[in-house]
Every structure is written in structure tokens, then in C-alpha cells.
Design a protein around this ligand. Structure first.
Ligand code: CO8
Length: 375
């Protein structure tokens, strides 16, 4: 059997607390002052390097980020702590990723006009999972009351689009009537807030997407999936070595490479043309002229990067209407970024209008999904 698949609804969970660049920089610079004071003798003797302060104008200019939502503001901003404080929960209580997922899924189901009885599968697709097993997706499936099956997957920032592609396969081949793809991202927990080059990059959020057969879809918000293209190419330029083998190399568990590390400039230079080429080739293979593209919901890592990609695709500068920006408010939320943009900026689409949801990041990985508004 081959069924046509549509994206019939999206959902968003946004944490209550947010941190401005100014607040983040104040905390970082307090840490720098404390560090330089504590190591003054060694620094003056040339035995240690002094740390440099961060700057809010630099952050906004280099990335386009103005603020980010976080699960725990107090821990992140305390110069003595500089990470979120998220207490462990008993095994009988829902995990925090599951809780975020329930909220985003309820929103997505409402927007799709569906109930849990219509869903056959749950995919949790995100950059970092809080435990090895049981799968967060199976816990979420149970919390929602979904029959059928669930699994977790991770392709870093491209997890959502890669998850959508898996859901499309399931719906099109008939192994599931409808699938929830869920992206709980607590990026603040694997960000090194003591690293000046990257302390401002990430935020926390959860998104969810309902993919179902076109014949069952009733939502006014439904988009036909015209094409989905995935591409990966190995790179060490974005890396996090946290994992279950860390304890087997005693003493290295707290090294900086057990958190997010990147060569930001290299990523920018290598990934931007790769993404633009993939979108251009995909549109050509779908016989879609670039001037009939209404919008690109791009991965939200860096504003300058998105403007460059959009310019290469369109052959001219893109307006914010053509390439909407949410990273000013949310920062980089890994796999959720392009879905937040789609969630917030797709209601004005008329039947037949076309857009591209495109994510890119660690791996490298690129996932590009061409969608057309249904009538
Ligand atoms: N304040 C003031 N100055 C600074 C700061 C700061 N905070 N940081 C750096 N500088 C200085 C540097 O020292 C440098 O000074 P100088 O020129 O004197 O040497 C100057 O500013 C320029 O530094 P950079 O070259 O590093 O700055 P860039 O212009 O390249 O901007 C960015 C840095 C914003 C990081 C940029 O390179 C970027 O955004 N690149 C793209 C990165 C990207 O897209 N990454 C995707 C990663 S996300 C992903 O795949 C998901 C991973 C899984 C999720 C992980 C969750 C935690």
C-alpha cells in the first residue's frame, strides 16, 4: 500500500524562564573576574592565560541571538555553578524530557485535530537523551496513552527532519496511520557556560509534529510532503564525547570535550554551501523554481548563516518573511529550531504555496523537507 502523507499539526513547549545576553554576559564576566583573581600570581608569572570577558554586542552581531529560554535560570547564571540544576526524579515520576514532550504533543494533537487514539507511533528525535534506556519515547507513549510502538533517535540538530522522514516512510507504507515526532531539547545541560566562544549559543524547548495519511487529515493547517532529502558527511567540527564509556577512562569524565565543542567558523564555512546546494538541487529535482518558494524554515543556529544560505538559494537577499528568524528569542535549540519557525510562521500559507523545512548541524547532517499547503 502507498499512502500520501501530510504534516497535519505542530506543537511547541517553551520553558517559562529566559536569559538575555546581558544577564548571561554579566554572569560569565563575574566568573572570569573570579578566575583571573584566583590565579593572579600564575597569570602574572606567565604560567597561566588570563580569561577574556564576553560581550553582549558581540553575541548579537556574531549570531543574531538576543535571549534563550532555559529550564533553570538560577543555576546557569550563578558564577559558582554555571549549569542548570535539575533534580533527579524517582523512577515513578515522569522524566523531564517526557514532561516537555507531553506538553508539545498535546499542542500538536490539538492543532492537527487528532486524539491519541489516532496515533500509532511516537518517535523522540533529539540531540541528547537523559538516559540509555528505557527509551524516552516509550515513556512518552505511555504518558500520552498511545497504542503501538515508539523509539528514540539522534542525528543532533537534524533529528527532527530525519525523524519526519522516518515517520513519512511509516505512514506511506502503512506501518502506522499517524506518527508523533517529538524533539525535547535541553541544550543548556550540555553547553559549557564557561566557554567564551560558545556560552551563548543554546536554549531549551520542545517541539512535536503530527504526520498522518492525507485521507484521514482534517486540519486546516495541513501540508503535503512533496519531498524529503537527507544527507550526512562525517566531521569532527561539532562534537560531544559524553557517553557510557566515559567511566571506563577514569579522570576524563569532566573534561571539556564531554560537553558541546565546535569549530564555529569552520562549521559556518563548510555547512552553509552544503545546505544551499542541497536545497537548490532538491528544488530542481522537484521541478520547483526558486521564485515560487514562499518560505524557508531554516535551522536556527546563526542569523548570518541563514541569510547566506537563503541568498544562495534565491539568488538575492531573502526577507524575514522568506526566511523567518526565531533564534533571536530562542537561540539555537538544536533539532527544534526549524520546527519552531514552521510552527510560528506557516499560518498565512494559501493552498498550493510551497516552503522548505531545512535543518543542519553535527554529523554533519542535513535534512530538507519540501512541503506544499493543502487546499
Ligand atoms: N565575546 C566577545 N568576543 C568573543 C566572544 C565572546 N563571547 N567569543 C569569541 N570572541 C572573539 C574571538 O576571540 C575572536 O577574536 P579575534 O578575532 O581577536 O581572534 C572574535 O571574537 C571572532 O571569534 P569567532 O571567529 O569564533 O567568531 P565567529 O564570527 O565565527 O562567531 C559563532 C562565532 C557565532 C559560533 C559562529 O562561528 C557560528 O555560529 N558558526 C556556526 C556554528 C553552527 O551552526 N553550529 C551548529 C552547531 S549546533 C548542532 O549541530 C547541534 C549539536 C548538538 C546540540 C548541542 C546542544 C548543547
Amino acid at each position: 500500500m502507498v499512502f500520501k502523507a501530510v504534516i497535519s499539526g505542530t506543537g511547541l513547549y517553551t520553558p517559562k524562564e529566559s536569559i538575555s545576553n546581558e544577564e548571561l554576559v554579566e554572569s560569565f564576566n563575574a566568573y572570569v573576574e573570579n578566575y583571573n583573581r584566583a590565579n593572579q600570581a600564575e597569570i602574572e608569572a606567565g604560567e597561566m592565560e588570563a580569561l577574556n570577558p564576553s560581550s553582549a554586542p558581540f553575541i548579537e552581531k556574531a549570531s543574531g541571538i538576543k535571549s534563550r529560554y532555559v529550564i533553570d535560570k538560577k543555576g546557569v547564571l550563578d558564577p559558582e555553578i554555571m549549569h542548570p540544576l535539575i533534580p533527579e526524579r524517582s523512577n515513578d515520576a515522569p522524566s523531564i524530557l517526557c514532561e516537555m514532550g507531553v506538553s508539545a504533543c498535546q499542542d500538536a494533537l490539538k492543532n492537527a485535530g487528532k486524539t491519541v487514539a489516532d496515533i500509532d507511533a511516537v518517535i523522540v528525535a533529539c540531540s541528547n537523551l537523559q538516559r540509555a534506556y528505557p527509551a524516552i519515547s516509550i515513556e512518552l507513549q505511555s504518558a500520552l496513552g498511545v497504542e503501538g510502538f515508539a523509539f528514540d533517535m539522534n542525528v543532533a540538530c537534524s533529528s527532527a527532519t530525519f525523524g519526519i522522514q522516518q515517520a513519512l516512510n511509516m505512514v506511506e507504507t502503512g506501518s502506522a496511520r499517524a506518527v508523533l515526532v517529538v524533539n525535547p531539547e535541553i541544550c543548556s545541560s550540555h553547553l559549557n557556560f564557561r566557554d567564551r566562544d560558545s556560552h551563548f549559543i543554546f536554549g531549551d524547548v520542545c517541539t512535536a509534529v503530527v504526520i498522518e495519511r492525507q485521507e484521514t487529515a482534517t486540519s486546516a493547517k495541513q501540508f503535503e510532503v512533496v519531498d524529503a532529502k537527507l544527507k550526512t558527511q562525517f566531521s569532527n567540527n561539532i562534537r560531544n564525547n559524553f557517553g557510557f564509556l566515559n567511566r571506563c577512562a577514569p579522570g576524563s569524565e569532566k573534561d571539556a570535550d564531554k560537553l558541546f565543542v565546535q569549530q564555529g567558523r569552520k562549521v559556518f564555512k563548510e555547512v552553509s554551501p552544503m545546505v544551499a546546494n542541497i536545497i537548490v538541487e532538491q528544488l530542481a529535482s522537484c521541478d520547483i523554481a526558486h521564485d515560487s518558494l514562499k518560505r524557508m524554515w531554516l535551522h536556527q543556529a546563526n542569523l548570518n548563516m541563514n541569510q547566506l544560505i537563503a541568498r544562495r538559494v534565491l539568488g538575492r537577499d531573502a526577507s524575514v518573511d522568506e526566511a523567518p528568524v526565531i533564534l533571536d528569542e530562542y537561540a539555537n535549540t538544536s533539532s527544534a529550531g526549524s520546527i519552531i519557525a514552521f510552527h510560528k510562521y506557516s499560518a498565512d500559507f494559501q493552498a498550493g504555496e510551497i516552503g522548505v523545512i531545512c535543518s543542519f548541524g553535527a554529523g554533519y547532517s542535513v535534512g530538507s523537507v519540501v512541503v506544499k499547503k493543502c487546499g
